[in-house]
Design a protein around this ligand. Structure first.
Ligand SMILES: CC(C)(COP(=O)(O)OP(=O)(O)OC[C@H]1O[C@@H](n2cnc3c(N)ncnc32)[C@H](O)[C@@H]1OP(=O)(O)O)[C@@H](O)C(=O)NCCC(=O)NCCS
Length: 212
Protein backbone atom coordinates (compact mmCIF):
# COMPACT_ATOMS: atom_id res chain seq x y z
CA UNK A 1 0.00 0.00 0.00
CA UNK A 2 1.44 3.38 -1.02
CA UNK A 3 2.40 5.91 1.66
CA UNK A 4 -0.52 8.00 2.83
CA UNK A 5 -3.14 5.37 2.09
CA UNK A 6 -5.32 3.89 4.80
CA UNK A 7 -7.30 0.68 4.71
CA UNK A 8 -10.30 0.96 2.37
CA UNK A 9 -13.60 1.47 4.11
CA UNK A 10 -15.67 -1.68 3.95
CA UNK A 11 -19.43 -1.53 3.49
CA UNK A 12 -19.42 1.68 1.52
CA UNK A 13 -22.83 2.25 -0.07
CA UNK A 14 -23.13 4.72 -2.93
CA UNK A 15 -26.51 6.24 -3.84
CA UNK A 16 -27.69 8.85 -6.35
CA UNK A 17 -28.66 12.11 -4.65
CA UNK A 18 -32.39 12.83 -4.52
CA UNK A 19 -34.60 15.51 -2.98
CA UNK A 20 -35.19 13.03 -0.11
CA UNK A 21 -31.57 12.26 0.79
CA UNK A 22 -30.00 15.66 -0.10
CA UNK A 23 -30.25 16.69 3.57
CA UNK A 24 -27.79 13.87 4.42
CA UNK A 25 -25.10 16.12 2.94
CA UNK A 26 -25.61 18.79 5.60
CA UNK A 27 -23.29 17.14 8.14
CA UNK A 28 -20.67 16.36 5.45
CA UNK A 29 -20.74 19.99 4.32
CA UNK A 30 -20.62 21.36 7.88
CA UNK A 31 -16.90 22.17 7.96
CA UNK A 32 -14.08 23.40 5.74
CA UNK A 33 -14.78 25.06 2.38
CA UNK A 34 -18.05 23.17 1.82
CA UNK A 35 -19.54 24.93 4.87
CA UNK A 36 -20.12 28.10 2.86
CA UNK A 37 -19.90 26.70 -0.65
CA UNK A 38 -22.57 24.01 -0.17
CA UNK A 39 -21.50 22.79 -3.62
CA UNK A 40 -22.89 25.91 -5.32
CA UNK A 41 -19.58 27.43 -6.53
CA UNK A 42 -19.54 25.61 -9.87
CA UNK A 43 -23.24 26.24 -10.40
CA UNK A 44 -22.86 30.01 -10.25
CA UNK A 45 -21.10 32.47 -12.53
CA UNK A 46 -18.57 34.67 -10.74
CA UNK A 47 -20.96 37.61 -10.61
CA UNK A 48 -23.59 35.49 -8.81
CA UNK A 49 -21.20 33.86 -6.39
CA UNK A 50 -21.41 35.18 -2.89
CA UNK A 51 -19.21 33.92 -0.07
CA UNK A 52 -21.54 35.53 2.41
CA UNK A 53 -24.62 33.45 1.97
CA UNK A 54 -24.37 29.84 2.97
CA UNK A 55 -28.15 29.43 2.92
CA UNK A 56 -28.50 30.86 -0.58
CA UNK A 57 -25.79 28.51 -1.79
CA UNK A 58 -27.50 25.56 -0.16
CA UNK A 59 -30.75 26.55 -1.90
CA UNK A 60 -28.95 26.74 -5.27
CA UNK A 61 -27.57 23.25 -4.76
CA UNK A 62 -30.88 21.78 -3.62
CA UNK A 63 -32.67 23.39 -6.58
CA UNK A 64 -30.15 21.80 -8.95
CA UNK A 65 -30.72 18.42 -7.32
CA UNK A 66 -34.50 18.82 -7.64
CA UNK A 67 -34.22 19.98 -11.28
CA UNK A 68 -32.11 16.97 -12.15
CA UNK A 69 -34.52 14.59 -10.40
CA UNK A 70 -37.46 16.14 -12.26
CA UNK A 71 -35.52 15.35 -15.42
CA UNK A 72 -35.06 11.70 -14.38
CA UNK A 73 -31.39 11.95 -13.48
CA UNK A 74 -29.20 12.62 -10.46
CA UNK A 75 -26.87 15.58 -9.90
CA UNK A 76 -24.34 13.57 -7.94
CA UNK A 77 -23.72 10.56 -5.74
CA UNK A 78 -23.50 10.18 -1.97
CA UNK A 79 -21.22 7.59 -0.34
CA UNK A 80 -22.50 6.22 2.97
CA UNK A 81 -20.63 4.36 5.66
CA UNK A 82 -22.76 3.02 8.51
CA UNK A 83 -25.62 5.13 7.11
CA UNK A 84 -23.60 8.33 7.50
CA UNK A 85 -22.73 10.36 4.38
CA UNK A 86 -18.92 10.29 4.10
CA UNK A 87 -18.45 11.25 0.46
CA UNK A 88 -19.95 13.31 -2.32
CA UNK A 89 -19.34 13.80 -6.03
CA UNK A 90 -21.11 16.47 -8.08
CA UNK A 91 -21.82 15.84 -11.75
CA UNK A 92 -24.36 17.14 -14.21
CA UNK A 93 -24.84 18.20 -17.81
CA UNK A 94 -22.07 20.69 -18.59
CA UNK A 95 -24.57 23.45 -19.27
CA UNK A 96 -26.07 23.05 -15.77
CA UNK A 97 -22.91 24.61 -14.28
CA UNK A 98 -23.06 28.39 -14.60
CA UNK A 99 -19.34 28.71 -13.87
CA UNK A 100 -18.50 26.48 -16.82
CA UNK A 101 -20.86 28.16 -19.24
CA UNK A 102 -19.50 31.59 -18.31
CA UNK A 103 -15.82 30.59 -18.23
CA UNK A 104 -13.41 31.58 -20.97
CA UNK A 105 -10.75 29.31 -19.49
CA UNK A 106 -13.00 26.26 -19.39
CA UNK A 107 -14.99 27.06 -22.52
CA UNK A 108 -16.24 23.96 -24.37
CA UNK A 109 -13.76 21.87 -26.31
CA UNK A 110 -16.43 21.20 -28.97
CA UNK A 111 -20.20 21.04 -29.23
CA UNK A 112 -20.61 17.38 -28.24
CA UNK A 113 -23.02 16.81 -25.33
CA UNK A 114 -20.93 16.12 -22.25
CA UNK A 115 -21.43 15.64 -18.53
CA UNK A 116 -19.06 17.36 -16.15
CA UNK A 117 -17.68 15.83 -12.95
CA UNK A 118 -16.80 18.92 -10.98
CA UNK A 119 -16.29 18.36 -7.26
CA UNK A 120 -15.53 15.79 -4.58
CA UNK A 121 -15.92 16.03 -0.81
CA UNK A 122 -14.83 13.28 1.57
CA UNK A 123 -15.28 13.48 5.35
CA UNK A 124 -11.91 14.09 7.05
CA UNK A 125 -12.08 10.81 8.98
CA UNK A 126 -12.68 8.85 5.76
CA UNK A 127 -9.95 10.44 3.62
CA UNK A 128 -7.17 8.43 2.03
CA UNK A 129 -9.30 5.28 2.15
CA UNK A 130 -10.28 5.36 -1.52
CA UNK A 131 -13.71 7.00 -1.16
CA UNK A 132 -13.10 9.58 -3.93
CA UNK A 133 -11.75 6.89 -6.22
CA UNK A 134 -14.81 4.71 -5.59
CA UNK A 135 -17.13 7.66 -6.17
CA UNK A 136 -15.51 8.22 -9.55
CA UNK A 137 -15.93 4.54 -10.49
CA UNK A 138 -19.58 4.70 -9.38
CA UNK A 139 -20.07 7.89 -11.41
CA UNK A 140 -18.88 6.09 -14.54
CA UNK A 141 -21.25 3.18 -13.79
CA UNK A 142 -24.12 5.62 -13.24
CA UNK A 143 -23.31 7.40 -16.51
CA UNK A 144 -23.21 4.16 -18.51
CA UNK A 145 -26.52 3.05 -17.02
CA UNK A 146 -28.11 6.38 -17.97
CA UNK A 147 -26.91 6.45 -21.57
CA UNK A 148 -24.30 9.16 -20.99
CA UNK A 149 -21.62 8.79 -23.65
CA UNK A 150 -19.07 11.42 -22.70
CA UNK A 151 -17.84 12.71 -19.34
CA UNK A 152 -15.42 15.52 -18.62
CA UNK A 153 -13.38 16.72 -15.64
CA UNK A 154 -11.18 19.71 -14.75
CA UNK A 155 -8.63 18.26 -12.32
CA UNK A 156 -5.61 19.83 -10.67
CA UNK A 157 -2.39 19.22 -12.59
CA UNK A 158 -0.39 18.22 -9.52
CA UNK A 159 2.72 17.40 -11.60
CA UNK A 160 3.00 20.99 -12.78
CA UNK A 161 2.48 22.47 -9.32
CA UNK A 162 5.25 24.67 -8.06
CA UNK A 163 4.63 23.20 -4.61
CA UNK A 164 4.98 19.43 -4.25
CA UNK A 165 2.34 19.28 -1.50
CA UNK A 166 -1.26 20.33 -1.95
CA UNK A 167 -3.79 20.53 0.85
CA UNK A 168 -6.83 18.27 0.75
CA UNK A 169 -9.00 21.37 0.31
CA UNK A 170 -7.15 22.35 -2.87
CA UNK A 171 -7.86 18.96 -4.44
CA UNK A 172 -11.66 19.25 -4.63
CA UNK A 173 -11.47 18.89 -8.42
CA UNK A 174 -9.19 15.90 -7.83
CA UNK A 175 -5.99 15.19 -9.66
CA UNK A 176 -4.89 14.33 -13.19
CA UNK A 177 -3.45 10.93 -12.10
CA UNK A 178 -6.76 9.89 -10.52
CA UNK A 179 -8.61 10.57 -13.77
CA UNK A 180 -5.84 8.99 -15.88
CA UNK A 181 -6.17 5.84 -13.80
CA UNK A 182 -9.89 5.92 -14.64
CA UNK A 183 -8.95 6.07 -18.35
CA UNK A 184 -9.63 9.75 -18.91
CA UNK A 185 -7.38 11.50 -21.43
CA UNK A 186 -6.41 15.15 -21.60
CA UNK A 187 -8.24 16.85 -24.46
CA UNK A 188 -7.20 20.42 -23.76
CA UNK A 189 -4.89 22.45 -21.52
CA UNK A 190 -5.48 26.14 -21.00
CA UNK A 191 -3.90 28.87 -18.87
CA UNK A 192 -5.35 32.05 -17.45
CA UNK A 193 -2.15 33.83 -18.59
CA UNK A 194 1.27 32.67 -19.78
CA UNK A 195 2.71 32.03 -16.30
CA UNK A 196 -0.48 30.71 -14.70
CA UNK A 197 -0.75 27.00 -13.86
CA UNK A 198 -2.11 24.77 -16.63
CA UNK A 199 -5.80 23.85 -16.40
CA UNK A 200 -6.34 20.48 -18.04
CA UNK A 201 -9.67 19.33 -19.40
CA UNK A 202 -9.97 15.54 -19.40
CA UNK A 203 -12.54 13.30 -21.03
CA UNK A 204 -13.65 9.74 -21.16
CA UNK A 205 -16.01 8.29 -23.76
CA UNK A 206 -18.36 5.60 -22.45
CA UNK A 207 -20.19 2.74 -24.04
CA UNK A 208 -23.77 2.07 -23.03
CA UNK A 209 -24.01 -0.88 -20.64
CA UNK A 210 -25.55 -3.90 -22.35
CA UNK A 211 -28.70 -5.14 -20.67
CA UNK A 212 -28.49 -8.80 -19.72
C1 LIG B 1 -9.56 15.66 -2.11
C2 LIG B 1 -10.43 14.58 -1.48
C3 LIG B 1 -11.78 14.53 -2.16
C4 LIG B 1 -9.72 13.21 -1.68
O1 LIG B 1 -10.62 12.19 -1.25
P1 LIG B 1 -10.06 10.77 -0.73
O2 LIG B 1 -11.25 9.88 -0.58
O3 LIG B 1 -9.19 10.99 0.43
O4 LIG B 1 -9.17 10.28 -1.95
P2 LIG B 1 -8.80 8.76 -2.24
O5 LIG B 1 -8.45 8.06 -0.95
O6 LIG B 1 -9.85 8.12 -3.12
O7 LIG B 1 -7.47 8.95 -3.07
C5 LIG B 1 -7.46 9.04 -4.48
C6 LIG B 1 -6.06 9.47 -4.90
O8 LIG B 1 -5.81 10.82 -4.48
C7 LIG B 1 -4.64 10.86 -3.66
N1 LIG B 1 -4.86 11.84 -2.60
C8 LIG B 1 -5.88 11.90 -1.74
N2 LIG B 1 -5.72 12.97 -0.92
C9 LIG B 1 -4.57 13.58 -1.29
C10 LIG B 1 -3.85 14.72 -0.83
N3 LIG B 1 -4.32 15.47 0.20
N4 LIG B 1 -2.70 15.06 -1.45
C11 LIG B 1 -2.23 14.32 -2.48
N5 LIG B 1 -2.86 13.22 -2.97
C12 LIG B 1 -4.02 12.86 -2.38
C13 LIG B 1 -4.53 9.46 -3.08
O9 LIG B 1 -3.21 9.17 -2.67
C14 LIG B 1 -4.98 8.62 -4.26
O10 LIG B 1 -3.98 8.52 -5.26
P3 LIG B 1 -3.04 7.22 -5.42
O11 LIG B 1 -3.92 6.05 -5.20
O12 LIG B 1 -2.53 7.35 -6.81
O13 LIG B 1 -2.01 7.42 -4.38
C15 LIG B 1 -10.58 14.83 0.04
O14 LIG B 1 -9.31 15.03 0.61
C16 LIG B 1 -11.45 16.03 0.32
O15 LIG B 1 -12.67 15.90 0.45
N6 LIG B 1 -10.84 17.22 0.42
C17 LIG B 1 -11.63 18.43 0.64
C18 LIG B 1 -12.22 18.85 -0.69
C19 LIG B 1 -13.16 20.02 -0.57
O16 LIG B 1 -12.97 20.90 0.23
N7 LIG B 1 -14.21 19.97 -1.42
C20 LIG B 1 -15.23 21.00 -1.42
C21 LIG B 1 -14.75 22.29 -1.99
S1 LIG B 1 -15.96 23.52 -1.66
Amino acid sequence: MARGHRDPLTDLRIEPVTAENAGDLDALFASGDPRVCQCAYMRLANAEWSWSSRDANRAVHHRAIADACADGRAAGLIAYHDDVAVGWVSFDRREAYGRLTSSRLLRPIDDRPVWSIVCFVVAPAARRTGVARRLLAATLDYAREHGIRLVESYPVDVASATRSKRSAAELWRRTVPMFEQAEFTTVGVRRQHSTAPPRPIMRRALRARRSR
